[in-house]
Design a protein around this ligand. Structure first.
Ligand SMILES: [Fe+2]
Ligand SMILES: [Fe+2]
Length: 171
C-alpha cells in the first residue's frame, strides 16, 4: 500500500516536471481556481484523486493518459474571474481553450484530448468517450466541491513551492 502511494507520487511528479519543463504549467500557479486554490493545486488534486479512483477499479487503465489529462484539463491559462470578453461562458469554453493550449505545447493522444475536452460534462453535453475521461470528469467535480466549500486539506500547496523553486515561469 505504502509502496503503491510512493509509486503513484513518483509518476505524478514526473509528469508535472515534464509539463513544467516543456510547457507552461508553471503559469497555472498564478491563476486561482476555487477560493484560494490555484489552478495548479486543483489540477494536481484531480490527478491524485483520479489515480486513486482508477486503482480502486478492477479494469485496465492508461495511467499516463489519465495523469496527463488530469493535469492539463484546466490548461486554459487565464484568470477566469477577470472580466474580459474572451473569458465569457468560461464553463462551456475552457475545455476547448485548454486542449488548444495543451496541443501547442505537447503531443496529446486522442485519449488525453478527450479527457480535457469532456471534463465539463454534463454542462458541455457530449459525454466522455473513454474510462480515463469519465474518471477525470468525476474527480474534477469532487475536487471542485471540496475546494469551493473549503473542505480540501491544501495538501498540494507544497507543489507550488516546489515548482517555483525548480522551474522557470514560461509566458
Ligand atoms: Fe475545468
Ligand atoms: Fe477542473
Amino acid at each position: 500500500m505504502k509502496k503503491d502511494r510512493k509509486a503513484e507520487r513518483q509518476r505524478i511528479n514526473q509528469e508535472i516536471r515534464n509539463l513544467c519543463e516543456k510547457g507552461r504549467f508553471t503559469q497555472t500557479i498564478r491563476f486561482m481556481q476555487h477560493g484560494d486554490i490555484s489552478v495548479c493545486e486543483h489540477c494536481i488534486a484531480v490527478a491524485y484523486l483520479s489515480v486513486r479512483i482508477a486503482r480502486a477499479l478492477p479494469i485496465h487503465m492508461n495511467y499516463r493518459a489519465l495523469i496527463r489529462g488530469a493535469l492539463l484539463h484546466d490548461y486554459f491559462l487565464y484568470d477566469w474571474h477577470e472580466k474580459d470578453r474572451s473569458h465569457s461562458l468560461h464553463g462551456f469554453r475552457h475545455p476547448g481553450k485548454a486542449v488548444k493550449n495543451a496541443g501547442e505545447d505537447f503531443r496529446l493522444s486522442k485519449r488525453e484530448q478527450n479527457i480535457i475536452l469532456r471534463h465539463m460534462f454534463p454542462l458541455t453535453v457530449i459525454p466522455p468517450a473513454c474510462r480515463e475521461a469519465w474518471i477525470v470528469c468525476i474527480a474534477d467535480k469532487i475536487c471542485a466541491v471540496a475546494e469551493t466549500l473549503h473542505l480540501s486539506r491544501r495538501s498540494y500547496r507544497r507543489y507550488v513551492k516546489w515548482i517555483k523553486r525548480n522551474f522557470k515561469d514560461k509566458r
